[in-house]
Design a binder for this molecule. Structure first.
Ligand SMILES: *Cc1c(COP(=O)(O)O)cnc(C)c1O
Length: 360
């Protein structure tokens, strides 16, 4: 038998959710809705579909390994240089590249608990020592994180807003924090929900990067931009960091359909702004409905809500599933009594609320 990297066995295998069709067949239900993966509930815009159809006709060719057009388009939009960008097969890949590049056995990585699972998986695999600082009242305990920083700390991951809590740290909090972090520690700000946040004091990470060269951010086309199935995300940092990550990545890590669709998305902002507006209205609907039911929840700055169903959330999750509503049970993330529900279309959200009333 081959000898595997021993760190692999520290990782619990990722348990993927069941496809909607499979759940429908198994339970003999007419319709099943999935509010479990923070996806955009709407189909891509006509312009995006047209761009994908065009790209499909050239799928016999390898993709552009440099993501030339996408890079140009995005750099202009963000007002940064082309060489401050790296693209990945989802922003998950950017997270993994950062760990591979900057942390190894004997180093330290700090994350929050609970937090986005990929930070933990990537860090564990690297052999680095992982410090998990518990959230306080569902917010980052930045003082607690500072206390864990030492000479070996290579990366600090901050989901902003984080998943599953849905809360964010402010510009002020981030700056105060950055002042205390050694310059050889990478502060990785994961902004997967950037496009949804509507808070005036949300950090302007790209500007802060000028002052703090150890800051980087990752964003994605999977969430508000609705391209989760294509896998495309990006990282922004100063060019020295990007250069290092570029050496590590596979030459054709972003497929050509994804590149074409992402460019089209950026050319059709109005369509996606409308979706974001709808999601914000639906978030209010869910808040109101949960309040009326006396079900506590965390205020979220994303397209998902952490809901405190109390007692055994696994039972609630199973009850919802039986009636065709797939959500995420948070007990496995150490949040007993909580479920995470993604904000769906108006009719999906109504069905979630109706079903939740039935099972509680
Ligand atoms: C969804 C998500 C991502 C990334 O998703 P990709 O599809 O890989 O781009 C990253 N971070 C957080 C916190 C997320 O919730």
């Amino acid at each position: 038998m081959q000898v595997a990297n021993p760190y692999i066995f520290k990782i619990k295998p990722y348990v993927p959710g069941k496809p909607i069709d499979e759940v429908r067949r198994e339970l003999g239900l007419k319709s099943v809705i999935k509010l479990a993966s923070n996806e955009n509930p709407y189909p891509p815009s006509p312009k995006v579909l047209a761009a994908m159809a065009k790209a499909a006709r050239e799928i016999n060719r390898y993709p552009d390994g440099g993501c030339f057009v996408l890079r140009r388009t995005l750099a202009r939009k963000l007002n940064i240089d082309d060489d401050q960008l790296i693209f990945g097969n989802g922003s998950d890949e950017i997270i993994c590249l950062a760990v591979k590049a900057f942390a190894a056995k004997g180093d330290d990585i700090i994350i929050a608990k609970p937090s986005f699972l990929i930070y933990e998986i990537a860090s564990t695999l690297s052999g680095a020592r992982l410090h998990q600082v518990p959230l306080k009242d569902f917010r980052y305990d930045l003082e607690g994180i500072k206390a864990k920083i030492n000479a070996k700390t290579r990366i600090i991951f901050i989901g902003n807003p984080d998943n599953p809590a849905g809360t964010y740290i402010t510009q002020r909090q981030l700056e105060d924090f950055l002042r205390c972090v050694p310059k050889n520690t990478l502060v990785f700000l994961d902004e997967a929900y950037f496009e949804y946040v509507q808070a005036k004091d949300y950090p302007d990470t790209l500007s802060l990067m000028k002052k703090y060269p150890n800051l980087m951010t990752a964003r994605t086309f999977s969430k508000m931009y609705g391209l989760a199935g294509l896998r495309v995300g990006y990282g922004v940092a100063r060019r020295e960091i990007i250069d290092i990550l570029n050496r590590l990545r596979e030459p054709f890590n972003v497929n050509s359909m994804a590149q074409a669709a992402a460019v089209a998305v950026l050319g059709d902002e109005a369509y996606y702004r409308n979706i974001a507006r709808e999601v914000n209205e639906q978030r209010q609907y869910l808040y109101r409905s949960l309040e009326n039911m006396d079900v506590p929840f965390e205020k979220s700055f994303t397209n998902f809500i952490l809901v405190n169903v109390g007692g055994d959330s696994s039972q609630a999750a199973a009850g919802l599933l039986k009636k065709g509503v797939i959500i995420r049970d948070m007990a496995v993330w150490g949040l007993k009594g909580y479920i995470r529900v993604s904000i769906g279309s108006a009719s999906e959200n109504q069905r979630f609320i109706k079903t939740l009333k039935e099972i509680l």
